[in-house]
Design a protein around this ligand. Structure first.
Ligand SMILES: [Ca+2]
Length: 312
């Protein structure tokens, strides 16, 4: 006797166009101290400040008294060595909330690259630009967030947090044959300073911005491969088998360390399926592989109102 179950029969649509594959020039993964092993200059952490490596993360603690700590690293010091474009990405967790009347006393990140120089101030729940005119508030406190800087030309640049650009501007300093970055922190200040302020750096990476790398293959839930560029592919999704629809593997023709751009995924719920072994009332697909059965697959797409893509 079958046990009735209710799941969702859906259509999984992937629109794949271009993807970024950014070549890393340097990766600090938080598994050694930034100084002397990570290639940074000493940051000035002395008792009661402490440095440690915990679970692949570089952890800074300040004890009762905050003290500004800064680690510097040279990116390039001749025109030839300075990358033509630059991205920097870092993953940080802090338990220090932003205070009401200050915007610069927790973590910090500085970048000097060609015609730009700037500083941003991340907190555990916010990030603020040097001028204080740009910010992003309301981040989940004491959770990791991914911060990213990008400059395609050494003049224009922007910062984002978890993919959201909060600050975009341009530099107008002389074009220097020297580039460096700096990270550190101050351990918080004011009434919001926790008893044990802590900054955890999971990684800091930088490299040049790449464009147009090919997506070689992917297997989103229920689909049969990747269609031509810009085409939609559709598949069959069973909620019991794919509880995490936002996680699947994408293969590129070159290393991609940072993020995928312009892949959109749309999952359209169509109707509940009430009996294991049937694709709802559409088609009996027992004995076929999920997502590979041509008829069942096609009918599911039609019922969902999909445009059909390049289905066989
Ligand atoms: Ca790490």
């Amino acid at each position: 006797m079958r046990t009735p179950r209710t799941t969702v029969l859906g259509v999984f649509i992937v629109l794949a166009t271009a993807a970024l594959a950014d070549e890393p020039l340097y990766r600090y993964e938080g598994d050694v101290l930034p100084y002397p092993d990570g290639g940074w200059h000493w940051g000035g952490c002395i008792d009661p400040c402490s440095e440690s490596i915990e679970n692949g993360r570089f952890v800074l603690r300040w004890g009762k008294l905050g003290r500004i700590i800064n680690y510097d690293r040279v990116i390039g010091d001749t025109p030839k060595e300075i990358p033509p474009s630059l991205w920097i990405e870092w993953r940080l967790r802090s338990n220090v909330p932003i205070p009401q009347f200050a915007d610069d006393c927790d973590a910090r990140f500085s970048i000097n690259y060609r015609m730009l120089f700037d500083v941003v101030y991340p907190f555990g729940d916010a990030i603020v630009s040097f001028s204080g005119d740009d910010w992003l508030l309301g981040l989940a406190l004491d959770e990791f967030h991914t911060f990213r800087f990008e400059s395609p030309n050494g003049v224009n640049y922007w910062f984002s947090v978890d993919g959201v650009v909060f600050y975009e501007t341009y530099g107008n300093y002389p074009d220097e044959p020297f580039a460096y970055l700096q990270f550190g922190g101050g351990g918080g200040c004011g009434e919001t300073r926790p008893p044990d302020p802590r900054n955890e750096w999971d990684y800091i990476r930088y490299g040049t911005i790449g464009y147009g790398e090919e997506i070689v293959s992917t297997r989103p839930p229920g689909t049969r491969g990747l269609g031509d560029e810009g085409t939609k592919i559709e598949g069959y999704v069973d909620a019991r088998e794919w509880p995490a629809l936002d996680r699947f593997v994408v293969h590129f023709d070159a290393a991609n360390y940072v993020y995928v751009d312009e892949i959109s995924v749309e999952v359209v719920a169509t109707e509940p399926r009430s009996d294991e072994g049937h694709c709802g009332p559409l088609h009996d697909c027992r004995g076929t592989e999920r997502g590979a059965g041509g008829d069942c697959y096609a009918e599911a797409g039609q019922r969902a109102g999909g445009d059909g893509g390049d289905r066989a």
